[in-house]
Design a protein around this ligand. Sequence first.
Ligand SMILES: [Zn+2]
Length: 268
Amino acid sequence: MISIIIAQILITSSLAAPLLEESFVKMKEESGSSLDFELGEYFEGDMLLMSRQKKAVLAAEKNRNGLIDGVKRWPERTVVYQIEEDDFDEEQVKIIEAAMEDIANKSCIKFRPKEKDEHAVLIKGSADGCFSNVGYSSASEENDEVKQVLNLSKGCFRHGTVVHEMLHTLGFYHMQSTYNRDEFVKIIWENIKAGKEYNFAKYTNDTVTDFGVAYDYNSVMHYPEKAFSKNGNKTIIPLQDDVKIGQRVGMSESDIIKLNKMYCESER
Ligand SMILES: [Zn+2]
């Protein structure tokens, strides 16, 4: 499955390059939402899942199993990366590096460039949209061809969006997928584009851990209120007054706490 997805990305990227500018403008005009680049064709818009993870997510809706085991942490709390320099200008590379620095400064996580023949996340910009694999997704798990990517096209270059994608790379899912989300938000199913309902799947307590941290409207991993809207009306309504969802400024306090609980308090 993942190889099919990768193949699609490769096909898209070769076709999409000359169209990038145009489609960027077009998407902006049509939607009015600046997060559209995240809300793409992948699982929940921007997550590439290994087939094992996908099975766990889909099974999670019926059975109680999965995702906690389905997400792999990066060994030694270190993300090894390779930036496809040809895809980015200097300013964009700076934004990518600033996002890494921000995460590193607020946690025990380290980032280092790929040095030898080793597993690394390829940070590229040739495909349309912002998307990433979820967690450490090494080739040996399913087949030798698997490569882990974090794609950032032109519309992805704001600090919070890059951080959002990097948190997927580190193993985080979306805030509104969490098991108790119905206590905090109402999903308006009739406003969701046909066929996009799966983006609003809810996982169980066993599958996604919140690390004991309360639901956070302010999480950089929360969808905006009109995500996947077919009619410009809201698809997610917070059940609390005076809160905003979908910020892409940067990690919230809770995001930082969760990241630290996931990586920095364990033995690994
Ligand atoms: Zn996402």
